[in-house]
Design a protein around this ligand. Structure first.
Ligand SMILES: NC(=O)c1ccc[n+]([C@@H]2O[C@H](COP(=O)([O-])OP(=O)(O)OC[C@H]3O[C@@H](n4cnc5c(N)ncnc54)[C@H](O)[C@@H]3O)[C@@H](O)[C@H]2O)c1
Length: 261
């Protein structure tokens, strides 16, 4: 059977954990060479080990998506290692800094950090992907990780505002990029209890601490299942592949029907 991403080179940011790791592993299984980028280089290297033990090809790069020089370094690494760049998955996002923080609980530093990583990181990843795609010619594909928080009130007002920004950037860049055959889409996950995201937000999300966590999250969704990193990876694969050749500018909820209610 033909692999969906045969011969492609992809960058996945936040590839050291959760959605990024699941996406990098799935992309490699589908024939892509993968640059696994993460601020945590050790975790990115662990993802590369998983891919290599599965027979795939990947390299790890330490890169903070909020720093332009490090994003440029990530794109350069893809081109130096693999000769070209076809797909960029701008997946990094950080949560509201303190669980349950209201808008007025955010300091200006909290606000600036959320914007710099969640929206600024997607801006920089898109900018340097587009520059490379145009330099090479022949188009390219970008998938951004948004959130249901960009569609409805969920997960904090400032966090949600950054994700709303990601979705609008996705739509507008899709139109700008279309004449160059550059497709730009987003996935919008609902709560995923088993990635590192909840603990990054200060919650002990282990099933030991909260044995009913997955059941509680599943109960919020009309389909009655909780969302996994693999659910998102499958959707990102579709949007990055030629199966979505005529799809651009969409924000695809991966939410068991949460925002459709
Ligand atoms: N888990 C959820 O409940 C949930 C819900 C909706 C949307 N999302 C979104 O899904 C995406 C992936 O989240 P996840 O659940 O896999 O989280 P995760 O915490 O498991 O993974 C995030 C990864 O990003 C890396 N990272 C953090 N800051 C970085 C930076 N500045 N530069 C580079 N790498 C950085 C971390 O080291 C980590 O490996 C995020 O955009 C998040 O906003 C998550």
């Amino acid at each position: 059977m033909t692999e969906l991403l045969e011969g492609r080179t992809a960058i996945v940011t936040g590839a050291g954990s959760g959605v990024g790791r699941a996406t990098a592993v799935l992309f490699a299984r589908e024939g892509s060479r993968v640059v696994c980028a993460d601020i945590d280089l050790q975790h990115a290297k662990e993802t590369v080990r998983i891919i290599e033990s599965d027979g795939g090809v990947a390299v790890a790069v330490g890169s903070d998506v909020s720093r332009e020089d490090e994003v440029v370094g990530m794109v350069d690494a893809a081109v130096e290692q693999f000769g070209r760049l076809d797909i960029v998955v701008n997946n990094v996002g950080i949560p509201t800094p303190r669980l349950g923080a209201l808008l007025e609980d955010h300091t200006l530093d909290d606000f600036n950090r959320l914007v710099a990583v969640n929206l600024g990181g997607v801006f920089l990843g898109c900018k340097h992907a587009v520059l490379q795609f145009k330099k090479q010619g022949g188009g390219g594909t970008i998938v951004n990780t948004g959130s249901v928080a960009g569609l409805v009130a969920w997960g904090g007002s400032v966090y949600g505002a950054t994700k709303g920004g990601v979705l609008q950037l996705t739509r507008a860049l899709a139109v700008e990029g279309a004449p160059h055959q550059i497709r730009v889409n987003a996935v919008c996950p609902a709560a995923m209890p088993l990635t590192g995201f909840m603990s990054a937000g200060g919650m002990d999300a282990s099933l030991d601490a909260h044995p009913d966590l997955t059941d509680r999250m599943a109960a919020q969704h009309p389909l009655g299942r909780f969302i996994t990193a693999e659910d998102c990876a499958e959707a990102i694969l579709y949007l990055a592949s030629d199966h979505a050749r005529n799809v651009t500018g969409v924000s695809l909820p991966i939410d068991g029907g949460y925002v459709a209610r």
